[in-house]
Ligand binder design. Structure first.
Ligand code: GDP
Length: 295
């Protein structure tokens, strides 16, 4: 899955191992060549230039000065450094004493928002919690039916209005009815379109004003490449983003996107999507991702 990325990182640790020798403190000249190679490969994997540079600097800072005796210790140091770069404190999505816990999902069209919301409702349902999905994408033809279809599959309730209705009014009704019924979660699905669309951003801000979600989650594709950073930044500036869910990690051959989110955008990754079924969602584990990359 992470072939190209893994190959470079393996080469990187081998190069460091070769030049560092045994029982030495890693110095800048030990890692420079390897970091050059890493940089090239990340750029080829569509990771944005400033993310690559920041990753390079951060990795260098963590490695230089580290005492190592052999190649496996170097690999361990790299593993730790990469894990730390991916491991940002993420909000906990436990229902507050006064339910419901409200999550607003934002992001471009087609990235998997509706599917991800269904996966989350499914996960919460397995934990014994009830979810209400607010069908607040009242723009795209077919979106409400798609939300209903998914909700049926995972046993969640849907609150909907007609197409063209105010997305914030739908969200308001969803929250109101969840309160009345004591349901634990409200998951708000929203429209995508262009991230630059001012009308969309205004709608999203209005939803925020009206229902005051506990967190706003950006849903993005692992396969977006370079554009992912700009997407997150735009939504963050316009609406405010607390955390990210990366979908389609099962189809990402390069794996650089996780670094784009944490190192580039400075946002924690909550979950990763690994397929099209309700169970194909996993909490993000920096350890597992790095394991996959390096092993
Ligand atoms: P939305 O427009 O953002 O709501 O996107 P949808 O939920 O409609 O998903 C768009 C497409 O992406 C659908 O065909 C989904 O089955 C697919 N999809 C969503 N998440 C994943 C994932 O994690 N892996 C894969 N392979 N496909 C996914």
């Amino acid at each position: 899955m992470f072939d190209a990325f893994r190959k470079t990182l393996r080469k990187f640790s081998d190069t460091v191992a070769t030049v560092a020798g045994t029982g030495v403190t890693i110095r800048e000249e030990h890692v420079d060549e390897a970091l050059d190679e890493l940089e090239m490969s990340l750029l080829q994997a569509d990771v944005a230039l400033d993310v690559v540079e920041r990753l390079r600097d951060a990795l260098k800072e963590k490695l230089v000065g580290t005492k190592v005796r052999n190649a496996s210790e170097i690999k361990e140091a790299i593993r730790r450094a990469l894990e730390e770069l991916l491991d940002l404190p993420a909000p906990k999505i436990v229902p507050p004493p006064e339910t419901p816990y409200i999550i607003l999902f934002v992001g471009p069209n087609g990235v998997g928002k509706t599917t991800t919301i269904a996966k989350i409702a499914h996960m919460l349902s397995k934990m014994g919690y009830r979810s209400v999905v607010s069908a607040s994408d009242t723009f795209r033809a077919g979106s409400i039916e798609q939300t209903e279809e998914w909700a049926r599959r995972v046993g969640a309730r849907v609150v909907k209005h007609d197409y063209g209705a105010d997305p914030a009014a739908v969200a308001f009704d969803a929250v109101k009815s969840a309160k009345a019924r004591g349901e634990e979660y409200v998951l708000i699905d929203t429209a995508g379109r262009q991230e630059t669309n001012e009308n969309l951003m205004e709608q999203l801000r209005k939803i925020k004003r009206v229902v005051k979600p506990h967190i706003t989650v950006f849903v993005g594709e692992a396969i977006t490449g370079n554009a992912l950073l700009n997407q997150i930044r735009t939504f963050d500036e316009e609406v405010g983003v607390d955390a990210v869910i990366l979908t389609k990690l099962d189809t990402d051959a390069r794996g650089g996107s996780a670094f784009t989110v944490t190192v580039g955008a400075g946002k924690p990754i909550l979950f990763v999507g690994l397929g099209e079924d309700p169970d194909d969602l996993k909490p993000f584990s920096p350890k597992e991702l790095v394991e996959m990359i390096l092993s």
